[in-house]
Design a protein around this ligand. Structure first.
Ligand code: SF4
Ligand code: SF4
Length: 441
């Protein structure tokens, strides 16, 4: 007689939502961290040696477990369960972190825990509990409210970068979102981007009244303020009739593509326009033959994968479901693992430029080591921010590169500071500037 096989089915029952507004959505993730430290170390199979093996700037700098994602998960879990309250150190630990997402992709190679969202949610909790953000963040976010840029600069001067030979049109399919940095600090990146559009035969327009994207407001946990910036900016772009929004700023790209939809509980596809980074645009134009490189750029070049155009830019899809035994969820959840990052585009572009000798650093793509500038770090922890850029610069120097190229103006600033402080000869450039040089010479 055959024995009847009984299959027990554990029906998922605890409800949760990928919503950073409520830390309770991430108690499971925090409680299941097993301290394996996959969030700190790059798997040895990806590493050519032993010199550059850490992925977490925070844990590498502060050399204490609390600063790693595993420490933050333990602290956050205790807080969410009501057995630990905020104190000065806990607050510092939550903000002395570049929200670079390296821990998230590292953890998801093993465990599928939502570490990145949890870290964002813990900052939201800090603000809701009345302890966050850090004093320097408050100064910066007030500037954004008052002058619509993070520098507190004159809003009327936002378009001063525009030059006659590559001026915007009143109406175009492409809307170039410039961002605060390229509008005020690295105007050369904005000018180069405008020239690239023209060289490819495209017109572009600007927002009638461009405001800061609110990246820093969002990143320090001020969700309500960031949400109202997102609503205003999205409405402006929809009103403009643009088919695609292109930005040359990595942080801005992530905001528009991922965090605006996250804030408004919609998917990236529901924005009503396509969000692209200049990297995607230039790569497409190169492939269809509209972008041609006539001049040579003679240098040994490395490319730094900025976090927000790599592991942090998978499109956003709202999720609400139930979790059960062993963390199984219903309905199926497509995890964001950093696999939609813009990894091949910059490499295709740089390799197509005559004279470029392209070399890689040990930590590339999802395993790239953050420059330390972003998401409120340079404002509240300038020394940590500079330290991270110095660390990355060591890797650049070891590669023998003469030029360090990134696709983010914030990376450019931070690496330039590091190069100047060390009196190094490495040229720090944005990819827009390199493309422009190869078009114009
Ligand atoms: S990789 Fe994930 S599970 Fe492992 S220590 Fe880090 S956060 Fe915890
Ligand atoms: S986001 Fe970056 S700095 Fe922060 S804990 Fe994760 S890996 Fe470390």
């Amino acid at each position: 007689m055959t024995k009847e096989l009984k299959v027990r089915y554990y029906k998922p029952k605890s409800e949760f939502k990928l919503d950073i507004d409520d830390i309770q959505n991430f108690v499971y993730d925090m409680s299941r961290c097993i301290k394996c430290k996959g969030c700190t170390w790059v798997e040895h199979t990806y590493m050519p040696g032993t010199k550059y093996t850490t992925r977490c700037p925070s844990a590498t700098k502060y050399l204490f477990d609390s600063y790693g994602a595993y420490g933050k998960m333990r602290i956050g879990h205790a807080m969410a369960e009501g057995v630990l309250d905020w104190n000065e150190k806990a607050l510092e630990i939550m903000y002395a972190c570049t929200l670079c997402g390296a821990c998230d992709v590292g953890c998801k190679r093993n465990l599928d825990l939502e570490i990145g969202l949890t870290l964002e949610s813990l900052r939201v909790k800090a603000v809701k509990d009345g302890v966050g953000p850090m004093p320097a963040h408050k100064v910066m976010t007030e500037k954004i409210v008052k002058s619509h840029n993070c520098y507190g600069a004159d809003h009327k001067k936002r378009r001063e970068w525009v030059e006659k030979d590559a001026a915007p049109s009143a109406k175009a399919d492409i809307l170039y979102y410039v961002g605060c940095n390229a509008s005020y600090e690295n105007k050369g990146i904005a000018r180069a981007t405008a020239k690239i559009f023209k060289a490819c035969g495209d017109d572009y327009m600007l927002m009638t009244d461009e405001w800061c994207c609110g990246n820093k407001t969002f990143s320090v946990g001020m969700l309500d303020e960031a949400r109202s910036i997102a609503e205003r900016n999205i409405a402006e772009v929809r009103k403009s009739g643009a088919k695609m929004l292109i930005t040359s700023c990595a942080e801005g790209y992530r905001m528009w593509k991922v965090d605006y939809p996250k804030l408004l509980d919609i998917s990236t596809d529901e924005l009503g326009f396509k969000v692209m980074h200049l990297l995607e645009y230039a790569d497409q134009k190169l492939k269809d033959g509209s972008l041609k490189f006539k001049k040579s750029f003679d240098a040994r070049v490395v490319y730094h994968d900025a976090c927000s155009v790599s592991r942090l830019c998978d499109p956003w899809q709202p999720y609400e479901g139930k979790r059960g035994w062993m963390g199984c969820v219903e309905p199926r959840l497509k995890r964001r693992r950093g696999t939609s990052g813009l990894y091949s585009e910059p490499r295709n572009i740089l390799n197509a430029i005559p004279g470029v000798e392209f070399v890689e650093m040990p930590r590339t793509r999802e395993n790239s080591f953050c420059c330390g500038a972003g998401r409120g770090t340079e404002e509240a922890f300038p020394e940590f921010s500079s330290w991270a850029a110095d660390q990355r610069l060591e890797e650049v120097k070891d590669s023998g590169a003469e030029a360090l190229v990134s696709a983010c103006p914030w990376c450019k600033n931070n690496f330039t500071r590091a190069v100047n402080a060390q009196d190094e000869k490495v040229q720090v450039l944005d990819i827009a500037e390199v493309i422009c040089a190869a078009i114009e010479g």
